[in-house]
Design a protein around this ligand. Structure first.
Ligand SMILES: *Cc1c(COP(=O)(O)O)cnc(C)c1O
Length: 370
């Protein structure tokens, strides 16, 4: 029997009528961008959901990250991880900062805090860790080190929307957290992003930086860019947020099926939520150890042959990108380099049928037997 193509993800969308209803008002106001009603309503809804006092919206997560680095007026070196999406490293480099790469832990693929202090020198200004796959960083250890050395901590929380540890929202950690609402994320507004931040004085600066640095009707005090979220996008976010808890419950069922089918397989390492963590089930990473008997690429190809598109997330490391050739050294982060060669993220989305999960697991497990 022929099966449909299965991609690694499939964007959640609200019922069509609900979205149309949400945007109807825009035909009365004719206010389509520049912090209109929907933008304000989306900000308030997100503050409630993420349990934060302040959030600033952006056109996407990447611009949100660039903007917060700029608004904090950082200069010098930033300790970060190469085991991430292009955006994290690019944002640091594009803002004229120098990334210094810290290795990850083999347990949850986030920055290893025991390695941070050796990387700090007098030019270090900040730490930019990533909550990879929604696995939370060791925020306590990272923030203790940062406090001791007077460094800012800005989390790339693009994967961690809605994640909580012991009931505390991940959006409250550090000096700031960046979220992405890109179509491929567990929560989307088509494209979109946000920054949550601890210092309330950042609010005005972020709002000005994302609007050309304009500070008044006839004044412009910063050389800002344009990174505003428009009203149609905010309306999509408002609708998707209403359905998010249902979507996450469906993702959970999918995740549990994967774990049940794969957790006893020799040589496979799964990424289950840590004790006390409420997950968003954003991704289904599997790391293939030597005892699995087959490489990650062999499994990837076996799935592709059945039109199932898993992704090698995160391969290559950002330090191995050709745009950074000769500049960074991925042998300085051996664990990240090893995981990047062994990891595959399997298809994961709310509407993924359990029969398809079973079929994917069968292919993965059979690859080892052949
Ligand atoms: C998606 C993502 C980003 C960038 O977000 P956009 O909204 O696509 O700009 C940054 N970091 C990580 C880890 C991501 O997965």
């Amino acid at each position: 029997m022929a099966h449909d193509t299965i991609l690694v993800t499939r964007s959640s969308m609200p019922p069509f009528e609900e979205y149309v209803d949400e945007i109807k008002r825009l035909w009365e106001t004719h206010w389509l961008s520049n912090m209109g009603e929907k933008h304000q309503e989306f900000e308030r809804a997100l503050e409630a959901y993420l349990e934060v006092d302040d959030i600033a919206l952006f056109v996407n997560g990447h611009q949100a990250l660039e903007c917060v680095l700029e608004a904090m007026e950082l200069h010098g070196k930033v300790i970060t991880t190469p085991y991430t999406f292009a955006s994290t490293t690019h944002a640091i480099v594009r803002k004229g900062l120098e990334p210094v790469f810290c290795d990850i832990t083999p347990d949850n693929y986030t920055m290893d805090p025991s390695l941070i202090e050796d990387l700090i020198d007098e030019d270090t200004c900040a730490i930019v860790p990533v909550h990879v796959y929604g696995n939370l960083c060791d925020t306590t250890a990272i923030e203790e080190i940062a406090a001791r050395h007077g460094l800012k901590v800005i989390y790339d929380a693009a994967h961690a929307f809605g994640v909580r540890r012991d009931g505390v929202s991940a959006a409250t950690f550090g000096d700031a957290s960046m979220f992405s609402f890109h179509a491929t994320k567990a929560f989307n507004s088509i494209e979109g992003g946000a920054v949550c931040f601890a210092d309330p004085t950042l609010r005005v600066r972020l709002d000005q930086w994302k609007n050309f640095g304009i500070t008044g009707v006839e004044t412009c005090e910063y050389v800002g860019g344009n990174a505003k979220m428009n009203e149609f996008v905010a309306a999509m976010g408002i609708c998707n947020l209403r359905h998010l808890d249902d979507e996450l419950a469906k993702r959970r069922v999918v995740a549990e099926r994967y774990w049940e089918r794969l957790e006893n397989a020799e040589g496979l390492r799964l990424s289950k939520p840590a004790q006390g963590v409420t997950s968003n089930y954003a991704y289904m990473p599997v790391v293939f150890g030597d005892s699995f008997g087959r490489t990650r690429d062999e499994v990837y190809n076996a799935l592709m042959a059945q039109d199932i598109h898993a992704r090698k997330y995160f391969y290559p490391l950002t330090t191995d990108f050709s745009c950074y050739e000769g500049r960074f050294d991925s042998s300085a982060t051996p664990i990240a380099a090893d995981i990047a060669n062994r990891v595959l993220t399997l298809p994961m989305y709310a509407d993924l049928a359990l029969e398809d999960v079973d079929r994917i697991c069968d292919i993965v497990l059979e690859t080892a037997r052949h």
